[in-house]
Design a protein around this ligand. Structure first.
Ligand code: SAH
Length: 256
């Protein structure tokens, strides 16, 4: 069964992010799409396999979160208003990557960055390993573990410049997974759908315990469906107390 091919949306990339992929990167997106659709029959990686939906909800959505790092110039209007150091490659971790989102689209467009894909499920990582080989991505590593374990381990703890995390749990739980893994001044991007004041209050409490601060909450409108998403940017400002992350399962059971 063929699902067709991805739509060409060069103009939409440009309008919405002030950036667009190279033709080679477009081809890698297409190959990623084909591989996922094919493997999905066995692995249940995603419900989103319709080409325009895949483009928007997986590719565009993965990259909108790193909008501040896409350009060397000032961010496009409506995008986040904080500046980042774009002069050096980053060490990135995608926590709970599942079918490779947002980590793989990021790896495709940032070949100088090194990306670690973390997931607790080995069979998903085995698939992602095949995909990265097929796409010729040399900047991607895999790690099969729980974020609660990795966050307590050298050389991972306090070592990443950027952590991205989408659809893994409530914001304060994501913060407990991400902050211990970040180096000082590193950023975490929480990819959220809706965003409420209650969630923000819970997150602020968690951040005060984890050594993080809320940099900004950026609402973004999806270019095709017009759905609203929120990217939450956190920065690590203090070393995280060694008692975090707590043991496997505790962050989700008893959010900070
Ligand atoms: N980020 C992907 C997948 C979301 S599904 C996307 O947005 O499409 C959540 C994934 O997180 C699953 O693959 C699950 O195995 C993984 N996961 C959940 N809790 C985890 C934890 N504590 N440590 C590592 N991986 C975790």
């Amino acid at each position: 069964m063929s699902n067709g091919t991805l739509p060409n949306r060069s103009d939409v990339w440009l309008q919405s992010l002030g950036w667009q992929p190279t033709p080679e990167q477009e081809q890698q997106f297409e190959r990623l799409f084909q591989q996922i659709v094919q493997a999905n029959q066995q692995l249940n990686l995603t419900r989103i396999t319709d080409p325009p939906d895949f483009w928007e909800k997986h590719l565009w959505d993965s990259l909108v979160g790193i909008a501040p790092w896409l350009l060397t110039e000032s961010p496009p209007q409506g995008q986040v208003g904080f500046s980042v150091d774009n002069s050096r490659p980053l060490k990135v971790i995608d926590i709970g990557t599942g079918g490779g989102f947002p980590g793989l689209p990021i790896a495709i467009i940032k070949p100088t960055w090194s990306i670690t894909l973390l997931d607790a499920t080995q069979k998903k990582l085995t698939f992602l390993q095949q995909v990265t080989a097929e796409l010729g991505l040399e900047n991607v590593g895999m790690c099969c573990d729980r974020a609660e374990n990795l966050g307590q381990q050298s050389p991972y703890r306090e070592s990443f410049d950027l952590a991205v995390i989408r659809a893994v749990g409530p914001a304060s739980v994501c913060a407990e997974y991400a902050l211990p893994l970040l180096a000082l001044q590193g950023y975490a991007v929480l990819y959220r759908g809706q965003w409420t004041t209650e969630e923000q209050e819970g997150l602020m409490t968690a951040l005060s315990k984890l050594g993080g601060e809320l940099v900004t909450v950026s609402p973004v409108k999806m270019p095709h469906s017009q759905g609203i998403r929120h990217c939450i940017y956190l920065r690590k400002i203090k070393t995280t107390d060694p008692k975090f992350p707590r043991r496997v399962g505790v962050p989700a059971r008893k959010p900070l």
